[in-house]
Design a protein around this ligand. Structure first.
Ligand SMILES: *Cc1c(COP(=O)(O)O)cnc(C)c1O
Length: 394
């Protein structure tokens, strides 16, 4: 049996680890030593499951999309993370991390956010738990993402602008790390995807793995078999994809497909297709694959969907890519937008543009009629309406 999970040193093959400034060592070490013990406690599991059920609205439905299935000639199921409270899968992780933070005795939460989705999910759980919340966000992103900034403020979070560099996500991440170094005792840093130094990728994967745990049960009920032929998800940092793949990794007959954003085209110079364009290196504290120049400068990624606009992928994805367990595909803006419109017209579901990247891959595959396909619908498209309207000239 292959081992696809992190080893005791924090690596997935060559990838992972904790490449952090010396000053951050105590924070990461506390987390590394305690996270497994805490999240495996019965009282933790009970509180986590209760909140996922009554607050988030889980289990999220596994919906057989009939008209989409007819179009592609297979049995296509959508895992409806879009129906979660706050509209995406990100809340699964923030609930898990805030419960962990409480048990570590923290009273203050920090996070970084790009499009604001992770910031909103973090501000939400801070309101829920009565914790102080500071969200770092690039000054340019604050302008571009006004509705999410408003949501965070309404929840009581402080949104602090990052004014250095390109004034976007990576600058916000730097500010958040600086804050954490200066507040090692009372503060927990909630990272929003399966990225960052060990143990974050493994910890976030465990919280998101509820997606595939539920899917197995739901498939058994609906098809008589726990495993699908294909599981698809989009990849920014990779948390909804790892959540969707987690409990299928060892079922080698399940084909795992991860859709990255090719933006205006893989070779256009405006994309976020990390697995095609990326090289091995260190990003946000772990060894992974990232888009970089020959002299190691991180390349600014581009995608029409803000959530996929990330220059790397989490270390577990880098590993799954390298050993070939998961296939990584590239989807352009145009392909994703068309797939988003198609789902809306066939099923009455407006997907997040991120999720539409996974849907667009269906168009490129050929199926047998009895094939069972699960697509992770990571989020809803309400936040993207302006983008859709402009794109299609509605
Ligand atoms: C943030 C986001 C993503 C990308 O993040 P992952 O960590 O790759 O899952 C995908 N879909 C939606 C709806 C998002 O909000």
């Amino acid at each position: 049996m292959n081992n696809y999970q992190v080893n005791e040193k924090g690596y997935y093959g060559d990838f992972g680890g904790a490449y952090i400034p010396e000053m951050m060592y105590p924070n990461i070490e506390e987390l590394r030593l305690r996270y497994l013990e805490i999240i495996n406690e019965n009282s933790f599991k009970k509180e986590f499951e209760q909140l996922l059920k009554d607050y988030v609205g889980r289990p999220s439905p596994l919906y057989l999309a009939k008209r989409l299935s007819d179009k592609y000639g297979a049995n296509i199921f959508l895992k409806r993370e879009d129906l979660n409270h706050t509209g995406a899968h990100k809340i699964n992780n923030t609930i898990g991390q805030i419960l962990l933070a409480k048990r570590l005795g923290k009273r203050r939460i920090i996070a970084e956010t790009g499009a604001g989705q992770h910031g909103v999910a973090t501000a939400t759980v801070c309101a829920l738990m009565g914790m102080e919340c500071v969200v770092y966000m690039g000054e340019i992103d604050i302008e571009r993402q006004a509705p999410n900034v408003a949501r965070m403020k309404m929840m009581g979070a402080e949104v602090r602008p990052a004014r250095s560099g390109s004034k976007t996500l990576k600058d916000a991440t730097n500010e958040a790390m600086r804050d954490w170094i200066n507040n090692p005792v009372d503060t927990h840093y909630i990272i929003g995807s399966v990225v960052g130094p060990h143990p974050y990728p493994d910890m976030v994967a465990r919280f998101q793995s509820v997606i595939s745990a539920e899917t197995r049960k739901q498939l058994l009920e609906k098809t008589g078999k726990e495993t699908p032929d294909y599981a698809l998800a989009c990849v920014g940092g990779g948390s909804n994809a790892i959540g969707m793949f987690y409990h299928f990794l060892e079922d080698e007959n399940v084909q795992l497909i991860a859709a990255e954003a090719a933006g205006k085209g893989v070779d256009s110079g405006h994309s976020a297709a990390t697995s095609v364009l990326g090289k091995e290196g260190v990003l946000h504290g772990s060894r992974t694959i990232l888009m970089q120049t020959d002299d190691g400068q991180v390349i600014e990624p581009y995608s029409i969907s803000a959530g996929l606009d990330y220059p790397g992928i989490g270390p577990q994805h880098a590993f799954l890519h390298k050993i070939g367990r998961t296939k990584y595909v590239s989807i352009t803006d145009e392909e994703a937008m068309q797939a988003g419109l198609l789902l809306t017209r066939l099923e009455g579901i407006i997907p997040a543009i991120e999720s539409a990247h996974a849907l667009a891959q269906l168009e490129k595959m050929s199926f047998a009629r009895e094939d069972v396909v699960v697509v992770c619908l990571s989020g809803r498209g309400d936040k993207d309406l302006d983008n859709y309207m402009k794109y299609f000239n509605f």
